[in-house]
Design a protein around this ligand. Structure first.
Ligand SMILES: [Zn+2]
Length: 298
């Protein structure tokens, strides 16, 4: 049985504004609201301890991504949201135009690297460096770009350069960068990084092919948060809040990744976080803020 751990490094940094609270992942970073023209840019990566991507693996994963996209667009229509998701993927031009890129994880696997040190930030830095190295190769494989789009003031890393190029190429701001690894360890994780960050570009690494997992990680990039109980949830109240949400929304995709995609949907909480609703009922908002406060209306 596969052990599926989803870890969202989502520190909901809260910015106080009177009694209204802005949630850090909402309308933030590269992937703001999930609407209009959006590019899901998939990058297939081989590393030492993953199975090499075969043409069959890549094609079946692309099919799975397309199923995920179709489901999301159907949900958008049902919610009156205009959404057009375009699936694109990197092609490793330096290797006779084969698709996968190659980059080793520092400590054998994604989870081995991420959890190498007690201090999780060290592991995140190592995985960031991995994604940055891949991004450098991907950016090189794209057509030359003369735009001078600078996303952060201080430094421009390879992930930022790649995003700037993709934004210019596809003429949209919404670029969801997703790395796919061909799972070797049965218990490998899928994870989204920097979804609340103001300085680091968010991205996801997906180690599964199930559309439910792909949609789940994709939604993280647009601000959704995990609604299932994980070993990373500490404290009685946060755990209680999650249990309540799971009970209230038994088909919520951010809570139940083992279920079939067709049986799942989006709760008001997720719709608010990805920008499909501009306000959240006070009762629903209690998952995010305490009862004296309200989440910001956008
Ligand atoms: Zn998650």
């Amino acid at each position: 049985m596969n052990r599926l751990i989803h870890l969202t490094l989502l520190s909901l940094f809260l910015i106080g504004c009177r009694s209204y609270i802005k949630i850090g992942s909402v309308k933030n970073n590269v992937c703001k609201s999930l609407e209009k023209k959006t590019v899901l840019f998939a990058v297939f990566v081989d590393s030492d301890r993953t199975h090499p991507w075969s043409a069959y693996d890549i094609n079946s994963t692309l099919d799975s991504i397309q199923v995920s996209i179709d489901w999301l667009e159907k949900q958008a229509v049902a919610n009156g949201i205009s959404l057009d998701i375009i699936l694109e993927h990197g092609i490793n031009a330096s290797k006779d135009s084969v698709i996968p890129f190659k980059e080793k994880f520092k400590y054998e696997s994604l989870s081995g690297t991420l959890f190498k040190y007690k201090d999780l930030t060290k592991g995140i830095d190592l995985v960031d460096a991995w994604s940055d190295n891949v991004s450098k190769d991907v950016a090189r494989s794209l057509p030359k770009d003369t735009s001078e789009l600078v996303l952060t003031k201080n430094k421009l890393n390879n992930r930022e350069r790649l995003i700037a190029k993709l934004r210019n190429q596809y003429k949209t701001d919404n670029i969801a960068l997703m790395f796919f690894i061909n799972n070797y360890f049965e218990n490998e994780i899928s994870v989204a990084f920097h979804t609340s960050s103001g300085t680091e570009i968010e991205y996801a690494i997906v180690s599964k092919k199930q559309p439910t997992v792909i949609v789940h990680e994709f939604l993280h990039l647009f601000g959704a948060c995990d609604l299932y109980l994980s070993p990373f949830d500490h404290g009685v109240f946060p755990r209680l809040k999650k249990r309540r949400v799971m009970k209230r929304y038994p088909n919520e995709i951010m809570a139940f990744t083992h279920k079939n995609l067709d049986s799942l949907n989006l709760s008001p909480l997720t719709k608010y976080l990805i920008g499909w609703e501009n306000q959240l009922d006070k009762k629903e908002g209690r998952f995010l803020v305490n009862r004296r406060r309200k989440v910001l209306e956008y």
